[in-house]
Design a protein around this ligand. Structure first.
Ligand SMILES: C[S@@+](CC[C@H](N)C(=O)[O-])C[C@H]1O[C@@H](n2cnc3c(N)ncnc32)[C@H](O)[C@@H]1O
Length: 284
């Protein structure tokens, strides 16, 4: 039977569904293996992210803010690969960041939605897979833009769901849709507005706005296939609670990810950026 599709989003960016918070209702950091799950996502997307940050000019002399830094893979690679001067890595739970110190890396435990969150001014402000989980995203995006030094660049990366209404009805597509719906119901995650990033960055007063998308291939044993399998195992309860899937469907979808016959599309990463007008660093 064709499962019902999630109701259309209001696109208002208010995150008005889901009372819980990331790290509480789902993906608690104290649960064993949560750092490995985040690392698998990072392994799948870091190369794309770092290449873009470097093309935007991240390098020697830059002071950077990594928002919702997770395990800190981007923060550390900005330092040791791009050679930036410093990175302030902020997260509401810094246990993974503190466990992996690096020269030039400062760790700050803070809730970025707090009204008094004002850690300074930076040449680069970067947030990946963070804003999509948070309420009041429009305001948050504008506040992050306000943390840029003149000429600095705000770079936002978030997921785009490619299991559209016309995608085949398979255990994989049903499970992927149930995951987004379950996250929306529990913590208010909403990826439907992510394609609007370029417009929102422009509205926040930034210039030289552009965006790109990367979709990692779902190959058996790949970091991205393992990431979805682990994510679905951990979020299974919120997914089955949507009524869109049952346990058996999720198990079948995970089996699909492990099969050479898997013929599905991962969620993509949209990376969008814009620059604060004024003299400062240059890049393309
Ligand atoms: C999906 S993980 C992404 C981690 C990292 N940015 C990456 O791409 O690998 C989301 C991260 O955002 C953090 N986070 C969520 N809400 C936050 C908030 N309100 N303030 C600070 N960090 C938050 C979580 O603790 C988690 O580490």
């Amino acid at each position: 039977m064709e499962p019902p599709h999630p109701p259309p989003s209001s696109h208002d960016g208010t995150g008005d569904t889901g009372e819980g918070r990331y790290g509480e209702a789902v993906f608690p950091p104290e649960r064993a293996g949560e750092d490995e799950r985040i690392d698998l996502g990072a392994l799948a997307y870091d190369e794309t992210t770092l290449a873009r940050l470097e093309r935007l000019g991240a390098g020697p002399g830059w002071h950077c803010l990594e928002v919702g830094a997770g395990t800190g893979t981007v923060a550390r690679r900005l330092l040791d690969r791009a050679g930036v001067e410093s990175v302030l890595a902020v997260d509401r739970d810094v246990r993974f960041l503190s466990a992996r110190p690096a020269p030039g890396l400062t760790v700050m435990e803070a809730d970025i939605t707090a009204p008094d969150f004002d850690p300074g001014r930076f040449q680069l402000v970067h947030a990946r897979f963070v804003l999509m989980h948070l309420p009041a995203r429009r305001e948050l995006l504008a506040r992050l833009a306000g943390l840029l030094a003149p000429g600095g660049v705000l770079v936002l990366g978030d997921a785009v769901d490619l299991t559209s209404a016309v995608a085949a009805d398979t255990p994989y597509t049903r499970t992927m849709r149930a995951m987004w719906q379950g996250l929306k119901d529990t913590i208010g995650t909403d990826v439907t507005w992510v394609p609007e990033y370029p417009r929102l960055l422009r509205e926040a007063g930034l210039t030289s706005v552009a965006a790109e998308m990367y979709v990692p291939p779902l190959l058996p044993g790949s970091a991205i296939s393992r990431f979805w399998a682990d994510t679905w195992s951990r979020a299974r309860e919120s997914m089955t609670a949507t009524g869109l899937v049952d346990d058996a469907t999720v198990t079948e979808a995970i089996r699909c990810l492990e099969s050479p016959d898997c013929a599905e599309l991962s969620a993509g990463l949209i990376t969008a950026w814009g620059r604060r007008p004024g003299d400062g660093p240059s890049g393309v």
